[in-house]
Design a protein around this ligand. Sequence first.
Ligand code: MSP
Length: 496
Amino acid sequence: MITFKKFYVTTAIDYPNADPHLGHAYEKLLADFLSRYHRQKGENVFYQTGTDEHGSKIFQTAENEGISPLELVDRNSGRFKEFYKLLNIQYDNFIRTSDKEVHWAGVEKLWKALDKSGDLYKKSYKAKYCVGCESFKTESELDNGECSNHPGKELTVVEEDNYFFRLSRYTARLIKLIESDEYRIRPVSAKNEILSFLKDDVKDISFSRSRDRLPWGIPVPGDSDQVIYVWADALTNYLTGIGYGRSGFGKWWPADVHLIGKDISRFHAVYWPAMLISANIETPRELWVHGMIKDFRGKKMSKTVGNVIAPASQVKQYGVDSVRYYLLRALPSNQDGNYSEEDLVVRHNSELVNNLGNLLSRSLNLIEKNGGKVPIGNLDSALKSSHRRALEKIEEYVDDFEFHHAVSEIWKFISTVNEYVDEKKPWELSGKALDVVLYNLAESLRLISSLVYPVIPGTAEEIAKQLGLKSVPKFGDSAIEIGTKIKKGEHLFSRI
Ligand code: MSP
């Protein structure tokens, strides 16, 4: 029996207190690219995303809307799902933390494991809480008394008896884990930031809330006056979604990559591995931290400023693959990036319409004019090595979480094929010489279909279909069969 390498990738689970936005979309797209890339390598992939449905933010939003928290999350988590469908995000599991059957037993189990290790204790506490971050803030973390992630939002003062998690006990072990890349954090700037946080004075963290104040959450096992802190609950989704507290957990854990935004790196790089070590569970392999999407001027998008880009309307206007292509190619995956609609249009016209769309249509026109079937031939050695080099480079870039460079390598290969056509001038050829070029075009387009699939899966499928293939080929599939009847269709993209 052949066994395939497993690859478990997760994204952050979104707060469904409002509609999904471009930042949510971007992260799920990065994970979609990564998981489709690993599927193309023939690996056994599990991609999990979902919604984070407890905590003060959800509770307060529901109160303001005059509905129950459950009504709110039921309504909104559906919107997230629909939205990801629109973007052609192919996840394997969508977890909802309010799902008692799937999630709660595992959270309780983990809580008990922390307790058994002696890492939970109760104490009375008073501190400022940012509902936006769902996190307590020390004075030194505030900017002129305000949370830097949520300027202008008032902080709540919380004074109550809470369970605390003995985070301080794990500092030295975490430093070792991260410094050695046993838990590999990318980009290196994010790793360094976490290490400097850990080398400072790390304090224990409040891990529960009084149920009187916040009735919406998972009760602390053995103390129903308290609910589990929303982050302790939410982080556990990475385990419960694949069976922890139920069954089948061992198949996928540890996570190969947790993909998250930089505003929540501390929860994933510090709290999460500490909880796992305490519970005697293997730590995840990698944490990849993406930047924030800003407007075309580099300003944070906000409803008040009025510079928010609604991704659904972008998809409607430009098509899903143009938006996916733009986000993956033009924005650096591991840094902040600016979203410019103007740049999207320029890239659409030059890189999708001209480089890719025209290559397919002119190649298939030529094949059609000359019998409509893939003639006998062999892949040109220069094209072959250029494809091999592209695959190697793509692998390096993907592993370094530089997806924008990986996508650029794919388009370099497309350019090489375009150069091949220009150089061979098939319109001036006939007979065997022409056949060889036509074969090379068909086989190169087959390779292109397999390469672009993680970026623009719908287009990859269309290329495969027009080439007469049953499905998008994987990276390791064999060459196109001689005699394959092509099925020339519409141009892949229209000019904007
Ligand atoms: N619920 C928590 C995560 C819990 S994970 C166990 C949360 N939710 S969120 O809805 O606020 O954010 C979800 C993800 O979207 C985060 O990784 C966050 O970084 C990302 N983004 C939110 N705004 C963003 C941008 N403007 N740009 C890019 N990503 C951003 O945090």
